[in-house]
Design a protein around this ligand. Structure first.
Ligand code: UD1
Length: 420
C-alpha cells in the first residue's frame, strides 16, 4: 500500500522568521456563515487545509458556487436551495455541525448527519440542540440532525458550559431570527469574536462583550462582504512551542493580536525569552526547558486544549517533573503512547499525565493519533536525536497547511516522503 509520512532528522535548533497561515477554527464558521444571505463573499488568507476543502464541498452541496484561487475564496450564495447536507462528506469534520445553524437561518430547515472529526472525545451535540430548541427549532428523528426552523425566534440562551461550536451555532441561527437573542455563558474564544466581526460587516446586529454575553437583534437579511482571516493562533502556538523545545530564535511576523496570552506566559516559565512587539513575537530559547509543575487546559482565556499535545512534547524533554491536566476532551492523551516510543517518560493518570523530563528523546517510528497529537510528534521529532518517521499525516493536514515547509524555513530538517 502507498503511504505518506513525515521524516525528521532531529536535533537542529529553529531559527528565522515566519508568517502564519489563516486561522482554521475561525475560517470554518465564517465560510459556513456565508450561507446566511445572498451575493458573493470574498474570504482572503483562507488556509489551504483539508478541513476547508471539505467545508467548501459542503457549501457546494447546499447550492453555493465556490471559486478558490490560492488562499482567496469566493462564495456565491445566491442559489442556496438544498438544506440537506450529504452524510459522506459531512461526517469527516466536526464543524459540519455549524451547517445546522446556518441552514436554519437561511432556509428555516436543515438535515445533516451527526458530525465527525478527530477522535479526541465523545463530543456530543446536546448543547447545540438545547440552544437551537430555545430559538424555536424543532428536531425530528434521532439518528441525524433534521431540524425545522419555521418558528425561529430570538430567545434567552444560557450555556452551562461555554461550548465553542454551540455558541457559534446559536449565533448563526440568531442573526436572522426575529427578535432579540441574549446568550450568556457563551464561549469567549477569539474565533467567536472573529465570526461576530464578519457578521457585523454583513449587517448583523451583534454585540459581544468578550466576557460571555452576546446580544443579537435579528435582521431580515445580510449583505455580502470581504474578509481577511487573521493568523491561526494554534499554529502560531505550535511553532513557538517547537522553538522553545528545540532551542533557537524564531520570529512570528504576523502574531495574532490576542489569544495566546497564557501560552506565552507558560513558555516564559519554561525558560524561553519572549519579545512581543505590536505585530510580531520572537521566542529565544538557549538552554533546555524547565518543567511546569502543574498546567491545566481550560476554555479561553485558559490554556488551549489544542496546544496541550505540543506542550507534552516540550515537557517530555524538560528538566524536572511536570503535570498536565486535560479538562476539555477526555481522549486527548492518545499521543502519549507514541511519545513513549520516542523514549518519553509519561504516565497517564485519569485526566492528567505525569511527565518526567528526559534530556533527549530518540527518533522512532510513530503514528499520528489526531490533528494536534500530530503536531506534538513533529515537535518531538525536531528535538529527538536521530530519525523520526510519522505516519497517518492526513490528520495533520486537516489543520496545518504544510508543517514541513514552515519548519524547514526555520531550519528544521523534515520532509513528506512516500513509500510502501
Ligand atoms: C472547538 C475547536 C477545537 C477546540 C475546541 C475547544 C473548531 C472547529 N474546533 O471545538 O479545535 O479544541 O473548540 O477549544 O473550532 N460539549 C458537550 N456538548 C455539546 C458541545 C460540546 O458536552 O453540545 C463538550 C465537548 O464534548 C467537549 C467540550 O464541550 O468536551 C468542548 O467542546 P466545544 O467547545 O464545543 O468544542 P468544539 O466546538 O467541538
Amino acid at each position: 500500500m502507498h503511504v505518506r509520512y513525515i521524516e525528521i532528522a532531529g536535533g537542529k535548533p529553529l531559527r528565522g522568521r515566519i508568517t502564519i497561515q489563516g486561522s482554521k477554527n475561525a475560517v470554518l464558521p465564517i465560510l459556513t456563515s456565508c450561507l446566511l444571505g445572498e451575493g458573493i463573499c470574498q474570504i482572503d488568507n483562507c488556509p489551504r487545509i483539508s478541513d476547508v476543502t471539505v467545508t467548501l464541498r459542503l457549501l457546494e452541496a447546499a447550492g453555493c458556487k465556490v471559486i478558490q484561487e490560492g488562499r482567496t475564496v469566493w462564495i456565491d450564495t445566491s442559489d442556496v436551495c438544498r438544506s440537506r447536507i450529504p452524510s459522506e462528506e459531512a461526517s469527516h469534520i466536526r464543524s459540519s455541525v455549524l451547517f445546522l445553524g446556518a441552514l436554519i437561518g437561511r432556509c428555516r430547515q436543515a438535515s445533516l448527519p451527526m458530525p465527525g472529526g478527530c477522535a479526541i472525545g465523545i463530543r456530543p451535540v446536546d448543547l447545540h440542540m438545547k440552544a437551537l430548541t430555545a430559538l424555536g427549532v424543532r428536531f425530528e428523528g434521532e439518528d441525524d440532525l433534521t431540524a425545522d426552523g419555521n418558528m425561529l425566534h430570538g430567545a434567552d440562551i444560557h450555556f452551562s458550559y461555554p461550548s465553542v461550536g454551540a455558541t457559534e451555532n446559536s449565533i448563526l441561527a440568531a442573526v436572522l431570527a426575529p427578535g432579540r437573542t441574549r446568550i450568556t455563558g457563551a464561549a469567549r474564544e477569539p474565533e467567536i469574536m472573529e465570526l461576530c466581526r464578519f457578521l457585523r460587516l454583513r449587517g448583523a446586529d451583534i454585540r459581544n462583550d468578550g466576557q460571555g454575553t452576546i446580544v443579537i437583534d435579528g435582521v431580515s437579511s445580510l449583505k455580502p462582504a470581504y474578509y481577511r482571516m487573521q493568523a491561526d493562533r494554534i499554529v502560531t502556538g505550535t511553532y513557538l512551542i517547537a522553538a522553545a523545545a528545540a532551542g533557537g530564535d524564531v520570529q512570528i511576523a504576523n502574531f495574532p493580536t490576542y489569544g495566546l496570552e497564557l501560552p506565552l506566559q507558560i513558555l516564559k516559565e519554561t525558560g524561553a525569552r519572549i519579545e512581543q512587539k505590536e505585530e510580531s513575537c520572537r521566542v529565544i530559547s538557549s538552554q533546555s526547558p524547565k518543567a511546569i509543575p502543574y498546567l491545566e487546559t481550560a476554555p479561553y482565556p485558559g490554556f488551549p486544549t489544542d496546544l496541550q499535545s505540543p506542550m507534552l512534547a516540550l515537557l517530555a524533554g524538560a528538566e524536572g517533573v511536570s503535570c498536565v491536566r486535560e479538562t476539555i476532551f477526555e481522549n486527548r492523551f492518545r499521543v502519549v503512547s507514541e511519545l513513549r516510543k520516542m523514549g518519553a517518560d509519561i504516565e497517564v493518570q485519569g485526566d492528567r499525565v505525569i511527565i518526567k523530563g528526559k534530556e533527549k528523546l530518540t527518533g522512532s517510528q510513530v503514528d499520528t493519533p489526531d490533528l494536534r497529537g500530530g503536531a506534538a510528534l513533529v515537535t518531538a521529532g525536531l528535538c529527538a536525536s536521530g530519525l523520526t518517521r510519522i505516519g497517518q499525516i492526513e490528520y495533520i493536514e486537516r489543520g496545518y497547511e504544510d508543517i514541513c515547509r514552515d519548519l524547514r524555513m526555520l531550519g528544521g530538517d523534515l520532509v513528506v516522503a512516500e513509500g510502501q
